[in-house]
Design a protein around this ligand. Structure first.
Ligand SMILES: *[C@@H]1O[C@H](CO)[C@@H](O)[C@H](O)[C@H]1NC(C)=O
Ligand SMILES: *[C@@H]1O[C@H](CO)[C@@H](O)[C@H](O)[C@H]1NC(C)=O
Ligand SMILES: *[C@@H]1O[C@H](CO)[C@@H](O)[C@H](O)[C@H]1NC(C)=O
Ligand SMILES: *[C@@H]1O[C@H](CO)[C@@H](O)[C@H](O)[C@H]1NC(C)=O
Ligand SMILES: *[C@@H]1O[C@H](CO)[C@@H](O)[C@H](O)[C@H]1NC(C)=O
Ligand SMILES: *[C@@H]1O[C@H](CO)[C@@H](O)[C@H](O)[C@H]1NC(C)=O
Ligand SMILES: *[C@@H]1O[C@H](CO)[C@@H](O)[C@H](O)[C@H]1NC(C)=O
Ligand SMILES: *[C@@H]1O[C@H](CO)[C@@H](O)[C@H](O)[C@H]1NC(C)=O
Ligand SMILES: *[C@@H]1O[C@H](CO)[C@@H](O)[C@H](O)[C@H]1NC(C)=O
Ligand SMILES: *[C@@H]1O[C@H](CO)[C@@H](O)[C@H](O)[C@H]1NC(C)=O
Length: 525
């Protein structure tokens, strides 16, 4: 019995049993793998964090905020200030924290060494290490929103760094400043991107500083706005990380790199813009990115929960997979989602208030579909994707595609007949969604099988309704399982054991798997 089991185990791995030499090489191979994994993924190689903005009519208590973070297994946050009550609540949670110098305080700090020393003493040293502060973000998009304050940025950064050095914290805490991606000009193709040259007097010394301190370039990446401002040049699918037919992928003619999403293109534009200034060893950290789940339907029609779910779910999968970018494949891009809560008192367009993953009561704004992101997720019921008719698609094109699917496409469309479960609603939109989805699933969800001349799109929202169950769906009852989870298993995941896998730590999972394999080998030996 035992032998049979061993045979099985090694047959699976491609080894015959009883051959000790091979077993040993397998063993060493695993050891090497572990070493490789530890080198490639630092503790914090790939991680997803969240921004916590507090422009809310009723701000949750800091302990409620940390309870939400823990229940969602969120292990990295960025604050827009260094609120003492929030920091107190984050103490001893193991959550990594980026604190910020708000723009209003830049003037004082940039003008006075003593103020910087004071700031670090009160907002950083007083809390470290019980609060694991990993970085100070100095200002927010200063170069693009407060050009007059630009000359203060480097002095403020230097004074703060001196203060960290004096407090012997510079080894643990990095200093940088988040930029709007708008300071990168000509960002497509990425290889031609460069920083707005009039900012060189600040950016050149900044990059030198980041280089010498091993700190990241912080950049805010908003494919939503890039898409909105592109007047149709950027396809929605490209902004949302949805698969594009190969002939629609963007190719950088200089490098021949293929870009399948806006996020990667912007991150690579940042790398190329640095390279243009001869800086090649500063990593990129995305301090903000996200998608609004609601907006003014008349002028922000793409601010929907479906799109927000698609963007953030795909983003998380992309970042956690350490896919890297075309220019730097496999290089982690640590990323903070904008943002944890909807901020209902933010001024501006309607969507400004709806970037949150949760409303201010901690209720999920929408359900993320994270299975397939590796380790993080609860049950696999929401893994599924569906192919649906694009909203607002031309009816004639839809009808033609529907006719094709139910005819030459060989989809069984009998459920669409009068009296059958999917007859209602009797619209071209609904019927073609049924047929597109059936075709897509019939073709094993292969790439390019949800296209139909551009009138079909992939979604993670199950279009099933009533007794009309779509291909790939367990029925609505199946998917309601995850009533709103988001980033993690909904089981209580408080910091009760060090073994919890954070949303951040892919490597610890890989190590665990490898260790488990090793253990099996040891037992068998
Ligand atoms: C700022 O303070 C640091 C450490 O106290 C000191 O080394 C540096 O000379 C001061 N710089 C100025 C401009 O006062
Ligand atoms: C703080 O976070 C850093 C980076 O993830 C990690 O290396 C370090 O061990 C943490 N420190 C503490 C005290 O938890
Ligand atoms: C470059 O930066 C300058 C100074 O902030 C600004 O006035 C100018 O509009 C920017 N140029 C572009 C093309 O964004
Ligand atoms: C970058 O390096 C090239 C070649 O060494 C040099 O010609 C150029 O001036 C440098 N550019 C900057 C901004 O330092
Ligand atoms: C994860 O990365 C691997 C290669 O690094 C790639 O083949 C795979 O498609 C990626 N998966 C996702 C979901 O992006
Ligand atoms: C996940 O699935 C298992 C078994 O199918 C079930 O026992 C468990 O309750 C599910 N967990 C959640 C969070 O749905
Ligand atoms: C979920 O996705 C993974 C990877 O894409 C796949 O292997 C698995 O079969 C999927 N599960 C379901 C229920 O579709
Ligand atoms: C969903 O549940 C309801 C009631 O529990 C049941 O009537 C219905 O048939 C179920 N639908 C599917 C698709 O299982
Ligand atoms: C599902 O979420 C809603 C709020 O979104 C909540 O009122 C309800 O109690 C939840 N149901 C379950 C079973 O958790
Ligand atoms: C989760 O926490 C709640 C309240 O803290 C508790 O009532 C419940 O039993 C816990 N569930 C598990 C699975 O630990």
């Amino acid at each position: 019995m035992e032998n049979a089991h061993q045979d099985c185990f090694f047959a699976v791995l491609g080894f015959s049993c009883g051959n000790m030499k091979r077993l040993f090489s397998f063993f060493f191979f695993l050891l090497l793998l572990i070493l490789a994994v530890s080198v490639v993924h630092g503790e914090d190689g790939a991680f997803i964090g969240v921004n916590i903005g507090t422009a809310m009519s009723s701000v949750p208590a800091p302990t409620q905020i940390t309870a939400l973070l823990r229940s969602q297994n969120i292990r990295h946050v960025r604050l827009y200030d260094a609120d003492p009550a929030m920091l107190a609540a984050l103490a001893n949670t193991g959550i990594r924290v980026v604190v910020s110098v708000p723009n209003e305080q830049l003037l004082a700090i940039g003008n006075s060494n003593a103020t910087a020393v004071n700031w670090v003493a009160r907002n950083v040293a007083a809390h470290y290490p019980s609060v694991n502060i990993t970085a100070i973000a100095v200002g927010s998009e200063v170069l693009s929103t407060l050009p007059n304050a630009a000359p203060l940025l480097m002095p403020a950064i230097r004074y703060l760094q001196n203060a960290l050095v004096a407090a012997a914290l510079d080894r643990y805490i990095k200093i940088s400043t988040p930029h709007s991606s708008s300071i990168i000009l000509d960002s497509f193709p990425p290889s031609q991107a460069f920083f707005n040259r009039s900012l060189d007097p600040v950016l050149v010394p900044l990059l030198k500083f980041l280089q010498s301190t091993g700190s990241p370039l912080m950049i805010n990446v908003y494919p939503y706005y890039d898409y909105m401002r592109s007047n149709g040049v950027i396809p929605l699918d490209y902004a949302l990380f949805r698969p594009l037919p190969p002939n629609k992928e963007a190719v950088d003619a200089n490098t021949l790199l293929h870009y399948t999403n806006v996020f990667d293109a912007v991150v690579d534009a940042a790398y190329f813009a640095m390279e243009y200034l001869n800086v090649t060893n500063v990593p990129v950290m995305v301090t903000e990115t996200g998608w609004p789940h609601k907006g003014d339907p008349s002028n922000e029609p793409d601010a929907t929960s479906d799109n927000a779910d698609t963007y953030n779910s795909n983003l998380i999968r992309h970042v956690m997979n350490t896919t890297g970018t075309p220019k730097h494949p496999g290089v982690a891009v640590p990323t903070f989602i904008y943002e944890l809560y909807d901020e209902d008192t933010r001024p501006g367009s309607a969507s400004e208030k709806y970037w949150g993953l949760f409303n201010m009561n901690g209720v999920p704004a929408y359900t993320l579909h994270l299975t397939g992101s590796g380790v993080l997720l609860a049950n696999d019921t929401t893994n599924q994707t569906y192919c649906v008719a694009r909203e607002g698609a031309d009816e004639k094109m839809l009808q033609a595609a529907l006719d094709w699917a139910c005819g030459p496409g060989k989809v069984d469309c009998s459920a669409l007949m009068q009296g059958q479960p999917c007859y209602d609603p009797d619209t071209v939109q609904a019927h073609s969604t049924y047929a597109f989805n059936a075709y897509y699933h019939g073709m094993g969800m292969g790439s390019g099988t949800c296209y139909f001349s551009g009138v079909a799109v992939i979604t993670t929202t199950d279009p099933s309704h009533g007794s009309c169950v779509y291909s790939g769906s367990g029925g609505k009852n199946g998917t309601s399982l995850l009533n709103g989870t988001s980033l993690a298993p909904s089981a209580n995941s408080t910091a009760d054991s060090g073994a919890h896998r954070a949303i951040g730590d892919v490597s610890s999972f890989v190590r665990a798997v490898v260790a488990a394999l090793l253990l099996s080998v040891a037992i068998l030996l």
